[in-house]
Design a protein around this ligand. Structure first.
Ligand SMILES: Cc1cc2nc3c(=O)[nH]c(=O)nc-3n(C[C@H](O)[C@H](O)[C@H](O)COP(=O)(O)OP(=O)(O)OC[C@H]3O[C@@H](n4cnc5c(N)ncnc54)[C@H](O)[C@@H]3O)c2cc1C
Length: 435
């Protein structure tokens, strides 16, 4: 062994670096390990980094509303000494179309109202006033392009939506992880980059450290799996899959970038829109582009991946399908020949809700299964994981007496058992990226 640490964190994405920061703030000597040479260059770099509050469960809504405050107060939260180039939060709001798919947002509004999270109901006229490039023709259900009815309106019109004004997006997600890492470093955290974890070491029935591809071993009584889409491989290495009812799996995604139609400044006047009628979400993107992601409609086959380092990084037909689906909503949209955007992986969990938990191996913890929707929650996930680790290491059994935690900004009590690896599949989930 060449190195020892109080805690090892596998992964330097936005959640991994937030865990490192919050453990370091507790005086724990952490070492973060990542096979990439640059911090934040796993799935975090490919993230759309949308900060929104509408989730299908009450707990999901509370967590996301809490999460928003850290991005709003980014500089204060980091507490960095010295000048730093900081990630920027653009608070442009998020409009969600009312559709049958989301139950016309009744539950989402109830959850937000109960938490004091601001929202406004918008009529169809108000939507077109804000987004004059929009047509409100309905196209549901979403179809594949080989379906003769693709692109044909169904005769109905969208009646309105709900606007969450405090939603927004972060312009450079990799930079946000680097900001967190710098704040952690200033509290004594160490980072070992360009090193792959190949084994989880155990001794006397608990975790004892990790072995790297180089053969080097690092000793530690605590190891936290924040490996993003690589989480299932790490859990398998640790031998902790047996008692998990919720598991994780990498899922390939394509994100489209297209120029906004001439004459409309979407970067300045646009907003995030979640539109289950066309199964797309969008947000403003640098250079007056529109970023378009998929809301995973049932007609699109899931592209599961066996290994997070080995998958097709090129755009496929899915890119064109997504662009054309968005063109149903924006008839003046031009779709360029040259495909631009992002191909990356979600770490999807069985019910699309993350796992923030201990494991059956004492000292081995996991913050994984982020299912394409936990970027926004990274800072609060880091805080909650640090509390959970402290709680378990003090001898408490989180499986039988789950940690109760008060979200610091919104003062809402949460049962951390909600995120258990052993939970029943949560039927309230959207079973999609919407969480
Ligand atoms: C296309 C896309 C769009 C998204 N959009 C949004 C959004 O709009 N809003 C939102 O809230 N969330 C979104 N997400 C989800 C969000 O980006 C993720 O939840 C978040 O970035 C995960 O961070 P992480 O730190 O857990 O993992 P990652 O950023 O994936 O980091 C994991 C790290 O672990 C390292 N690693 C893995 N295995 C090993 C190993 N064996 N040894 C060493 N290192 C290892 C990897 O190199 C990687 O750097 C999106 C995700 C994707 C892919």
């Amino acid at each position: 062994m060449t190195m020892t640490a109080d805690a090892i964190i596998i992964g330097t994405g936005v959640i991994g670096t937030a865990v490192a920061l919050e453990l370091a703030r507790k005086g724990i000597k952490t070492v973060s390990i990542d096979r990439n040479t640059q911090i934040g260059h796993g799935s975090t770099a490919g993230s759309c980094a949308i900060i929104r509050m509408h989730y299908s469960t009450f707990d999901g809504t509370a967590f996301a509303f809490e999460g928003y405050h850290y991005w709003r107060d980014w500089s204060d939260y980091l507490g960095l000494s010295g000048a730093a180039d900081l990630a920027r939060f653009v608070e442009c709001g998020c409009l969600v179309m009312k559709t049958e798919v989301n139950g016309h947002l009744v539950k989402h509004m109830e959850n937000s109202a109960a938490l004091g999270c601001a929202f406004e109901e918008w009529s169809g006229e108000k939507i077109v006033e804000r987004l004059p490039i929009y047509s409100l023709d309905s196209f549901q259900p979403a179809r594949t392009r080989d379906d003769p009815a693709f692109g044909q309106p169904n005769g109905a019109t969208l009646k309105g939506g709900v606007f969450w004004p405090n939603s927004g997006y972060v312009t450079d997600p990799a930079l946000s992880a680097q900001n967190l890492a710098e704040a952690a470093r200033q509290k004594g955290a160490a980072f070992k980059m360009g090193e792959t974890v190949t084994d989880i070491l155990t001794s006397g029935g608990r975790v004892a450290g990790v072995r790297l591809a180089s053969g080097e071993e690092i000793a530690s009584p605590i190891v936290v799996n924040v490996a993003g889409p690589g989480s299932s491989i790490i859990n398998e290495m640790a031998g902790v899959l047996d008692d998990m009812t919720i598991t994780t799996r990498p899922l390939r995604q394509e994100v489209v970038h297209v120029p906004a139609p001439d004459g409309f400044d979407f970067e300045r006047n646009g907003t995030i829109v979640s539109d289950s009628d066309i199964a797309c979400y969008c947000r403003p993107e640098h250079g007056n582009h529109i970023l378009v992601g998929s809301e995973d409609p049932p007609c699109d086959a899931h592209q599961w991946v066996d290994n997070d380092t080995d998958y097709n990084r090129d755009f496929t037909d899915q890119w064109t399908t997504q662009a054309m689906r968005y063109g149903q909503r924006v008839p003046s949209l031009g779709i360029p020949q040259q495909t631009r955007g992002v191909v990356d992986l979600y770490d999807a969990s069985t019910d699309w809700i993350p796992i923030y938990d201990k494991s059956q191996l004492p000292g081995f913890y996991m913050a994984c299964g982020s299912s394409g929707n936990q970027y926004k929650n990274a800072p609060i996930a880091g805080k909650m994981m640090a509390e959970l680790i402290e709680y378990c290491e003090a001898g408490n059994d989180h499986d039988t007496a789950p940690l109760q935690y008060t979200l610091p900004y919104i003062q809402q009590d949460v049962d951390v058992g909600f995120y258990s690896r052993k939970r029943e599949i949560n039927r309230e989930s959207s079973f999609s990226v919407l969480g």
